[in-house]
Design a protein around this ligand. Sequence first.
Ligand code: ADP
Ligand code: MN
Length: 252
Amino acid sequence: DKKMKSIDKRIDEYHFKIKDSSDLKAESGVFDTPTLKTLYTLASKGIITAMGGVVSTGKEADVFHAIGENGKELAIKIYRINTSDFQKMQDYLIGDPRFSNVRGTKKDIVFAWTKKEQRNLERAAEVGVKVPEPMISERNILIMEFIGKDGVSAPRLKDVRLEEPQPIYDTVADYMRLLYQKAKLVHGDLSEYNILLYEERPVIIDMGQAVMLEHPMAREFLARDVKNIVRYFKKSGVKCSEEELSAHILKK
Ligand code: ADP
Ligand code: MN
């Protein structure tokens, strides 16, 4: 009961409480009309109870904090329809057997991209890689588990100084191997920017660009991921090398 009260209080403090679509419109100059409508639909289904503040503003997407069913904290990633990286999105989609026939307007590409991130997160979770659990995606909106507490995101590896980097490195190396061997995926943008540290464990995020192994660039993306991870962990004091990490990921 006490917990419910604090959730209600938090909902009240939020920028808008979703009762009807006019609430959404009044409170947000940030969303375009179709995005507002989609948010309202999600709210009317009870998936979103209250929208919170912006957690991150990126090149391709913004991430918001929100409250869902039973007071559960959510992260809502909203891709921009007019993204500057639209050409990149198309290239990453075309080589992926799951999305190879996606053609059309910017909007269609961005919607496919949003679905792709959801599918990638699902595949990663299925093989035991810790990622934010995806819940639902609709058009350019992806709703997932919030990694953090009380509206504050867990820090990125970039933002912390690791006291004990070795177990974190070992887990990231195992996650890269699981992704490759079991999920048949390469993250493609893995670095200290896309790994959060939550309860002293790494959580992999931002999987929109992750591709299946069939993608013509998969090996190159993997080499780049390996390079980034080794660079970061070497700096943190772990003895590691690109050769070693590659072998760990690729060995049968
Ligand atoms: P991009 O880098 O494309 O803008 P990300 O998926 O990396 O998008 O998200 C940007 C930032 O938003 C992350 O660095 C993190 O701080 C925050 N964030 C993203 N997803 C979550 C999540 N599920 N839980 C908590 N914070 C998140
Ligand atoms: Mn990112």
